[in-house]
Design a protein around this ligand. Structure first.
Ligand code: APR
Ligand code: PHB
Length: 391
């Protein structure tokens, strides 16, 4: 079996890449180790930057997002029982779209299959071969048998725990890693959101985040230990802690049935280079950000935009400039998002290692932000999203 672009992973990166390549007349095959039901049910991020919302609409997969998504014009930072609203729209002219990642995955799968796309579920890539030659291939397992897919190019869209990144020789690749001394305990709850916009709370007991998925489904998080034992958290304890950390004049946190819960560790990670021969790393396969800045999904989409431009030029005209500079182009945006995500995380979380001086400086950083249009504008510009391709 042969295709032009072999794509490992049917997450947002792999599916969006396959869709955009199809629109440019480029054939691909997507290999996904899990089932369709599994990937469509996986609850992850929920905030789309304006450029990503635009990309989904312009590429014809935005209909359900326009119907079900929640356009927001601002976010709030809450500390000391007071709200400080960052008016994204007024400061940047743009807002964000709150639309669940698993819905985007559903939309992309449906569109690819409607367009005759080749997505192979329960198909785990076990090796990426000859990536340094002009005849790479993917060996994968499906239905108990081993198969080989010959490609012109391989896109490693297989996430942080995939095999693509390690296909780049250790002598060639360099990793940049930072683990944070906390995680997020996240819940989905069948209760109307207690705020019409996303609220980030910085409290002495720790960070908390109020988000949402629909007018009747809330998404909330609270800072916890990296290896927090979920069994120690009853529903009542979760709601009580969230209520304490999100407390604010005139605010009441509504609670309700918790339908999903989980603990996510927090890390910043980048691997360089993001390409090697005919292998190109995309999304979480190449970088991980702490979710405080809501950048993970959006960075994956930006990588896809860069790779689509490069592969379209190469397949159509043989031009290699964009392809040769794929990783360099992506990393300009990746590192800006890493900085922003690290800054938001450092600003809003409680660090047990902080000295009293460091705690005061952290509080002063928040106060300085609230008192400065320039500082608030810088936050807003990064939050709504930089251009997808930074030249
Ligand atoms: N073979 C086939 N598929 C694989 C393999 C493999 N060896 N290893 C991993 N996969 C699949 C996973 O099952 C997953 O569906 O690759 C997909 C990777 O998807 P994501 O982890 O969602 O990564 P990405 O598409 O880059 O999206 C990044 O999604 O996970 C969030 O926080 C992340 O918001 C960010 C966004
Ligand atoms: C979410 O809605 O899941 C969400 C929102 C904002 C973040 C992270 C996650 O920073």
């Amino acid at each position: 079996m042969r295709t032009q672009v072999g794509i490992v992973g049917a997450g947002p990166a792999g599916l969006l890449l396959s869709h955009l390549l199809h629109l440019h007349g480029i054939e691909s095959v997507v290999l996904e180790s899990h089932s369709r039901a599994y990937v469509e049910a996986r609850i992850r991020a929920g905030v789309l930057e304006h450029p990503v919302e635009k990309l989904l609409n312009e590429s014809g997969v935005g209909a359900r997002m326009r119907e079900l998504g929640l356009p927001h014009e601002g976010i709030s930072l809450r500390t000391g029982g007071r709200d400080h609203r960052i008016d994204l729209k007024a400061l940047t002219g743009q807002g964000i779209m709150v639309y669940s990642q698993h819905q985007i995955v559903r939309d992309l799968i449906a569109r690819r299959l409607a367009d005759g796309g080749d997505i192979r579920f329960d198909a785990a890539a076990v090796a990426l071969c000859d990536v340094a030659t002009d005849a790479p291939s993917i060996v994968y397992q499906k239905d108990g048998k081993q198969h080989r897919l010959d490609c012109d190019v391989i896109a490693g869209c297989d996430g942080f725990h995939g095999i693509a990144r390690d296909t780049i020789p250790a002598s060639v690749r360099q990793s940049f890693d930072r683990e944070y001394p906390f995680g997020w305990l996240g819940i989905l709850a069948d209760v109307a959101p207690s705020s019409h916009e996303v609220v980030y709370a910085s409290h002495d007991r720790g960070f908390a985040l109020l988000s949402m998925r629909s007018p009747s489904v809330s998404r909330l998080y609270l800072q916890c230990e990296p290896e927090e034992d979920l069994a120690a958290w009853s529903d009542d304890r979760i709601w009580s802690e969230l209520s304490t950390r999100l407390a604010c004049d005139g605010f009441t946190l509504r609670d309700g049935p918790i339908t999903q819960r989980g603990v996510t560790p927090m890390r910043s990670f980048v691997v360089e280079p993001m390409q090697y021969g005919r292998l190109f790393l995309v999304g979480d396969a190449a970088h991980i950000v702490p979710p405080t800045g809501a950048k993970g999904l959006n960075l994956a989409a930006a990588d896809v935009a860069v790779l689509t431009r490069a592969l379209t030029a190469w397949f159509r005209t043989g031009a290699t400039e964009h392809l040769a500079r794929y990783g360099e182009t992506c990393l300009r945006r990746v590192w800006k998002a890493q900085r922003f995500s690290w800054w938001m995380t450092s600003l809003l979380h409680r660090f047990s290692s902080h000295t009293p001086f460091e705690r005061r400086v952290q509080q002063a950083e928040l106060d300085a932000l609230f008192g400065s249009v320039a500082a608030s504008t810088a936050l807003a510009e990064n939050y709504v999203g930089l251009p997808l391709i930074l030249s």
